[in-house]
Design a protein around this ligand. Structure first.
Ligand SMILES: C[S@@+](CC[C@H](N)C(=O)[O-])C[C@H]1O[C@@H](n2cnc3c(N)ncnc32)[C@H](O)[C@@H]1O
Length: 344
């Protein structure tokens, strides 16, 4: 079945809150919705679950000890629903044990269970460095000054097979100034030679490949206080989602691990950053979130700039009261997705 066929089937069986040109936002428990996908139908699941934090977030999160068992239930189904060359990318924030300045190992334990119990392969571990993260926990960092600021999340890229679909040429990063000079005039800046490490670099090193190979340390500030999403939430007087990830994060993995028209799913969609980015990148998407207020607010991302505050409020209220909305009717302008360019 094609991905469009899959989307139609999911739509038919689950209903939806809103749909766009390429995607569906569904308000439900993702365990229920996931089980209705055909096996081997999803190319990429990328998600940021509610973390196992000691401090309760407004959308609730599980205690650390129950957390792994809870998340493994989702992972088990995801494994069946992914295509053989599909991937699961999961972003996990670090946490301290309750009341003591000792780190929880939950994210590492989860990784081991995902591989040993469910059969995922760790294709590569990534670290998301967010330079704009505020210091916490206050007790250990600000008051007692015995721990440093934790500004790195672990992101596990897991695959169903040993060779998941992947192409790093889609995520090349700008060359350093030094490398640009070397490409301009390789003979002047570099002579191929044997290195003591045995890692010998030949003359191909000076080729222009359109960009440098990125590393598994992703430096992406999460400082989008003036994003389209937040501006629109403010405009109609609703609260934005408190734990959004920056667009660049899902964009990196969607570009590297999928092709246009593939199906990308986020099972803890929150403000639907994933769906929004997938749509920009011409991928089909399905986002599942169990809080209707978050789903309703996330629709604001997809609406053209020429609609009035009253219209935005009307769309939000309709979705919030359980109506299904086809946002295609509000997406005529070609400039829709340019609005957030300042954000990333
Ligand atoms: C960390 S947030 C995700 C934020 C998202 N990455 C974004 O950019 O906005 C996790 C979300 O998972 C949702 N959630 C928790 N349990 C769920 C479940 N069983 N089914 C669907 N959504 C769930 C929460 O309501 C919360 O909005």
């Amino acid at each position: 079945m094609s991905n469009i066929g899959n989307i139609n089937r999911i739509l038919f069986e689950n209903g939806y809150s809103y749909r766009t040109r390429l995607g569906l936002a569904i308000c439900n428990d993702s365990l229920t919705v996931l089980s209705r996908f055909p096996d081997q139908s999803i190319n990429l699941v990328i998600t940021s679950p509610p973390f196992a934090l000691q401090r309760k977030k407004e959308y609730g999160n599980k205690e650390q000890d129950q957390y792994i068992a809870w998340l493994l239930e989702f992972a088990k189904i995801i494994n069946r629903k992914l295509t053989d060359d599909g991937s699961l990318v999961i972003d996990l924030g670090g946490a301290y044990k309750k009341g003591i300045p000792i780190r929880s190992l939950y994210n590492f334990r989860l990784l081991i269970h995902l591989c040993d119990d469910i059969g995922f392969h760790l294709a590569e571990e990534f670290f998301w460095y967010n330079p704009s993260k505020l210091p916490s926990p206050i007790e250990w960092v600000n008051k007692r000054k015995i721990r440093v600021k934790d500004s790195v999340n672990t992101i596990w890229w897991l695959s169903k097979s040993e060779y998941p679909k992947s192409d790093i040429r889609n995520v090349l990063v700008p060359y350093s100034e030094r490398m640009k000079k070397l490409i301009e005039d390789p003979a002047k800046y570099y002579t191929p030679k044997e290195r003591p490490s045995g890692h010998n670099i030949g003359s191909n090193f000076g080729n222009d490949n359109g960009g440098a190979i990125p590393s598994n340390l992703l430096q992406i500030p999460n400082s989008e206080s003036n994003s389209l999403y937040l501006r629109r939430c403010k405009e109609i007087g609703v609260k934005g989602h408190p734990a959004r990830f920056p667009e660049k994060l899902p964009a990196f993995f969607i570009k590297m691990l999928t092709h246009p028209n593939d199906l990308v799913v986020d099972i803890f969609a929150g403000s639907n950053t994933t769906g929004f980015v997938a749509e920009k990148l011409n991928r089909n998407w399905i986002s599942i979130e169990n809080r209707i207020d978050y789903v309703s607010a996330s629709s604001l991302r997809f609406i053209d700039s020429n609609f009035s505050t009253n219209k935005l409020t009307e769309i939000y209220n309709s979705i919030n009261s359980g109506k299904k909305i086809n946002l295609n009717n509000f997406q005529k302008s070609k400039t829709l997705f340019d609005l957030d360019d300042g954000e990333n």
